[in-house]
Design a binder for this molecule. Structure first.
Ligand code: 3HC
Length: 312
């Protein structure tokens, strides 16, 4: 019985069908989606922290307003994604518990500090740029609720990337030598961690094969990373910054840019909790959860009162 159901499921995936929450799905398909969607949601929520550091320090009201809008968007992206996760039978409390106890991951990129105002622009340019590269194929993910969430997210993400690039362009073209040096310094610090956002090399990726088989992942980690590099090199030229990789060069034969080795020891160290800001980020999320307990209790008590009144 189970084997027949599994076969029919695989046939649907091969036909390019989209799976809805009420459709039959293999337990492993459900589990890997809960894993990926919840960690994607955690990334959005934790991703608010590095930038939040600069709301009170933004150089102009315009930049402050843009940054506030971007951070609010990310909170919304997190909520869409937690909701998509809930369609798979898990609960928000369970997903958040996994984050707070260190069981669940979030994107390693958010474990780096934002040292100057240029970091905010470079995060928009590189981190949101990488996120868009990764999220566009997810709009065609075989799990329909996740794909639908991604369509809305991608629209807002392109504003995030453009505002970051714009703020850097102003500093590079109209700024002082110190501001140009600040942009170059931020680019040096964020380039390699941004490449790591796409995940380990395909050969070291335990989830890629199955996720591609099931239409969850439409392009592999290495293919997306290469696409991102090819798209970003000309943008760095427009900005007038150099990317911190002496091996970076166009390969006419491959029709792609060759690039230098990525430090996968650093990647796994940061993923496993030893990055510059891991403890601080997780502590901030746990504190927010504890400080917000009374709001959740009050809302639940109010809902119960309203329901009993309605039943009476
Ligand atoms: N940071 C932390 N963990 C990472 C990682 C990273 N950059 N890249 C990979 N990993 C983890 C994986 O989660 C997996 O661990 P797990 O099995 O415990 O979950 C392990 O490393 C091996 O990686 P795989 O390549 O086998 O795992 P996946 O097939 O899941 O691929 C992925 C990793 C490409 C990140 C994929 O999960 C994915 O596309 N996720 C959705 C997109 C996402 O999460 N993006 C985060 C970007 S930040 C963001 O969106 C906020 C933006 O608005 C700024």
């Amino acid at each position: 019985e189970e084997a027949v159901l599994e076969e029919r499921f695989e046939a649907r995936i091969d036909e390019g069908a989209f799976i809805e929450a009420k459709d039959w799905m293999p337990e492993h398909y459900r589990k890997t989606l809960v894993r990926q969607i919840s960690q994607h949601a955690h990334s959005e929520i934790v991703g608010m922290l590095p930038e939040g550091n600069w709301i009170s320090r933004a150089p102009t009201l315009k930049r402050k307003a843009i940054l506030l809008a971007k951070i609010q968007d990310e909170a919304g992206h997190g909520l869409y994604l937690y909701s998509a996760g809930e369609t798979l039978g898990t609960s928000r409390d369970q997903m958040l518990q996994a984050l707070h106890t260190g069981k669940a991951k979030y994107s390693s990129i958010f474990n780096y500090p934002t040292l100057t105002w240029a970091d905010v622009g470079v995060i928009g340019w590189l981190v949101d740029g990488a996120a868009i590269m990764n999220q566009i194929p997810l709009c065609r993910c075989s799990y329909a609720p996740y794909a639908r969430a991604m369509i809305r997210v991608c629209k807002e993400e392109s504003f995030h990337q453009r505002q970051g690039f714009d703020s850097l362009l102003v500093m590079m073209k109209e700024g002082t030598p110190e501001q140009r040096a600040m942009v170059q310094d931020a680019t040096n610090r964020w380039w390699w961690p941004s490449l790591m956002m796409f995940g380990p090399p395909d050969a070291d990726s335990p989830n890629t094969a199955q996720s591609m088989r099931w239409g969850i992942k439409r392009l592999s980690n290495d293919d997306l990373r290469q696409k991102f590099i090819d798209a970003t090199v000309p943008q760095a030229e427009v900005l007038g910054v150099t990317l911190p990789d002496p091996h970076l060069q166009w390969n006419e034969e491959r029709q792609h840019h060759d690039f230098g080795p990525i430090d996968w020891q650093e990647f796994w160290r940061v993923v496993n909790g030893e990055g510059p800001c891991n403890r601080e980020r997780l502590a901030a999320r746990v504190k927010a959860w504890d400080d917000g307990a009374w709001v959740r209790e009050a809302a639940l008590a109010h809902a119960r009162k309203k329901n009993t009144a309605a039943e009476a």
